[in-house]
Write a protein that binds this ligand. Structure first.
Ligand code: R5P
Length: 294
């Protein structure tokens, strides 16, 4: 097995290589003046099972094209199996038809990856596991929530209240709770599918005087976390933190979250930034080691 260091996740790829002792295949890449992507594998992949580490956040379409080009290059150069490790999987949130006339974006992405030569996919905290069913090859998701919760244990917040911003994310709060050892609960969130506007409520939640950590898979515009913080303050929470796997933090999201009274934002290197205080490397390395020995 060899590891291809995708341009979007070079640092994470290096860390995984170190933990797994996998031989690295660097990737030369550039963008043509018209915006098109170019990649070239700088190593031998003949007869190898290669794993390509490439997140698809930020410049999603470019990152996806690079991923597909790497897969094609690997197969053309004799790789016998290509596994894509895609910590943040772009388009996974459109995993079904919400309004008539839409497409299922993740289904198209899956078909394109398959056509390019990808044989298996590993992602992290995909928004809905339903999206994995759209892949014509084995696709699985890992959870980084225990690692995020452990970060807070290390900082001395054992027994903090683990909060999910909506019912669908309650499994996330429960995973965090099993590490933190305190209580867990969720807010309720409704989204208007036409305007995208959301409303949140915190009925029946008792967080008075507690340290609360809001756990989510993604922080995008920050609207969900800002809304949750407002409710938590009204309910008398003593201190509020937030953690997510994929800190997209679009525009002024970080400022809005901190202005809302949240003390710290903690993310992973799924989306590399200064809030990426937790690395996915140990989680992914463990999964690869299990695959190698399995
Ligand atoms: C949606 O249900 C997700 O789990 C996140 O809560 C959502 O994507 C966050 O988006 P934003 O930060 O824009 O509120």
């Amino acid at each position: 097995m060899k590891i291809i260091l995708g341009p979007a996740s070079t640092e994470l790829g290096e860390k995984i290589a170190e933990l797994t002792n996998l031989e690295k295949v660097p990737v030369a890449h550039r963008t043509f003046p018209d915006g098109e992507s170019y990649v070239r594998l700088e190593g031998n992949v003949q007869n190898e099972h290669v794993v390509m580490v490439q997140t698809t956040s930020t410049a999603q379409d470019t990152r996806l094209m690079q991923l597909m080009f790497m897969a094609n290059a690997a197969k053309r150069n004799g790789a016998k199996k290509v596994t894509a490790i895609v910590p943040y999987l772009a388009y996974a949130r459109q995993d079904k038809i919400f309004l008539q006339g839409e497409n299922i974006s993740i289904e198209t992405v899956a078909a394109m990856l398959h056509a390019a030569g990808v044989d298996a996919l590993v992602t992290v905290n995909i928004h809905a596991e339903n999206a994995l069913k759209k892949f014509p090859f084995p696709a699985k998701t890992l959870s980084a929530i225990p690692l995020l919760a452990e970060y807070f244990v290390q900082k001395g917040y054992k027994k903090a209240f683990a909060l999910a911003p909506d019912k669908g994310a309650m499994y996330i709060a429960q995973q965090a709770q099993s590490v933190l050892g305190g209580e867990a609960g969720h807010l309720d969130k409704q989204r208007d599918r036409h305007t995208g506007q959301t409303t949140q409520t915190g009925k029946g939640l008792n967080v008075k005087g507690q340290t609360v950590i809001i756990f989510d898979d993604i922080i995008s515009t920050g609207g969900t976390i800002v809304g949750a913080a407002k409710i938590l303050r009204e309910l008398g929470a003593a201190r509020i933190f937030t953690a997510c796997v994929h800190p997209l933090l679009i525009g002024d999201a970080e400022k809005r979250i901190l202005d809302a009274g949240i003390e710290e934002i903690v993310g992973t290197d799924s989306v590399p930034s200064h809030v990426s205080k937790v690395s996915l490397a140990p989680l992914i390395a463990k999964a690869l080691k299990a695959q190698k020995s399995g």
